[in-house]
Design a protein around this ligand. Structure first.
Ligand SMILES: Cc1cc2nc3c(=O)[nH]c(=O)nc-3n(C[C@H](O)[C@H](O)[C@H](O)COP(=O)(O)OP(=O)(O)OC[C@H]3O[C@@H](n4cnc5c(N)ncnc54)[C@H](O)[C@@H]3O)c2cc1C
Length: 356
């Protein structure tokens, strides 16, 4: 069928932008184009954009929580859009194996799991914009979210942009990133075949990746600041059956040395405060030092220890704004709980929109 576009012009005083309203086969939407030509008042613009916007809900983050929220909205006849700065799948997309989530296959990798999420988004025709959200204005009925050079509005925002791995903040960590300091075991592990590998951290994620990486390593050393490994029994048992693992407990990495590759690590003993220099050659270092929530772009939300406070409907303190997944203040951060949060947020956002 041929497509009919009728263009209207609106003018915004503060933004100095021209907006085209396109009337396309009775579907209305707004496109922001041509900077510095005309101008109109911001509230008029928002009103116009809101009345004609094609998307019912904006979802920030394309990890398990965001994808789940999108599917539940779309399945209820609504039209969500996802903003994802990196790639669909989120944190779990980079792990060597996805475990414990029901129905994953025995050899499920982060990549294969992410591909399934992508397929589900395609099935529901949920658009994904590969851009980072850099700021938000969430109070008021109309929510505004901004990328580097665009602004979007919606009546509902679902926040699902998770966490970022915490850095150790030591010399060598940034400088040797990509030259030995790694973040993706399934892609980078193979580069250290027959070499030494160090895994920093002792929680589930770190130990699971250490088990995977041990197949490549001549020797794999786990450096953990506590006296004991903090992983679940399943992972501890697997670790005990490997013969190329060394534990370096109550210890922290103080410095990573080298120029084009890792030559040595300075390790501090937490008990004696003694610093040892461990010589190595072209080793791989994988760091799992916890994570911090990506909440810096939300100025209006109630936070607890920087995580977003939500009630059992995944509502935040602002009406029409929901949060789901690892970014929330919660006890258990896993795919299962992220997906469940996304489901609850998606269903309650639907009810909110239908009652507006
Ligand atoms: C090493 C490791 C192994 C793990 N293994 C498992 C496992 O086997 N099984 C399991 O159940 N759980 C596992 N987890 C936990 C699991 O990864 C998380 O609980 C889950 O990914 C949380 O999903 P989420 O959607 O809340 O957030 P995330 O997966 O973190 O997704 C957030 C998304 O938002 C995007 N984003 C961030 N900021 C912005 C922005 N400003 N604009 C646009 N996009 C943005 C990110 O790029 C990301 O894709 C593991 C975690 C780690 C660290």
């Amino acid at each position: 069928m041929s497509r009919l576009y009728i263009f209207f012009y609106f003018f915004a005083r503060d933004k100095k932008n021209i907006y085209f309203l396109m009337v396309k086969e009775y579907n209305y939407f707004v496109e922001q184009k041509f900077i510095n030509i005309f101008s109109i008042k911001k509230d008029v613009l928002i009103m116009i954009k809101n009345s004609f916007n094609n998307y019912d809900a904006i979802i920030i983050g394309g990890g398990p929580a965001g994808v789940s929220a999108g599917i539940y909205l779309a399945s209820r006849g609504l039209n969500p859009i996802i903003f994802e700065k990196h790639k669909i799948g989120g944190t779990v997309g980079d792990v060597s194996s996805v475990t414990h989530y029901l129905s994953v296959s025995n050899d499920e990798t982060g990549e294969s799991f992410s591909n399934k999420l992508k397929n589900q988004l395609e099935k529901y025709k949920i658009p994904v914009i590969n851009e980072e959200i850099i700021s938000t204005e969430l109070d008021g009925v109309i929510k505004i979210i901004k990328t580097k050079d665009k602004e979007y509005v919606s009546k509902v925002v679902i926040i699902a942009n998770g966490t970022t791995p915490r850095k150790l903040g030591i010399i060598g960590e940034e400088e040797l990133f990509g030259k030995g300091v790694c973040h993706n075991p399934s892609k980078e592990g193979i580069l250290y075949k027959g070499k030494e590998i160090f895994v920093v951290g002792g929680a589930d994620g770190a130990i699971k990746e250490a088990i995977y990486l041990s197949q490549f390593a001549k020797k794999l050393t786990i450096i953990h600041f506590e006296d004991k490994i903090g992983a679940i029994a399943e992972f501890k048992n697997k670790l005990d059956n490997l013969n190329n693992i060394e534990l370096c407990l109550h210890s922290r990495v103080a410095k990573i040395n080298g120029r084009n590759y890792i030559e040595s690590l300075d390790i501090i003993d937490e008990k004696t405060k003694e610093i040892k220099n461990i010589k190595t050659s072209e080793a791989g270092v994988f760091i799992y030092a916890g994570s911090t929530p990506n909440t810096e772009i939300y100025k209006d939300l109630k936070l607890k220890d920087n995580f977003i406070e939500v009630n059992n409907k995944m509502e935040t303190n602002i009406s029409g704004v929901y949060a789901a997944g690892d970014i929330c203040d919660k006890q258990i951060r896993q795919v299962a709980t992220a997906v469940a949060d996304g489901t609850i947020a998606g269903v309650n956002a639907t009810i909110y929109l239908k009652n507006l």
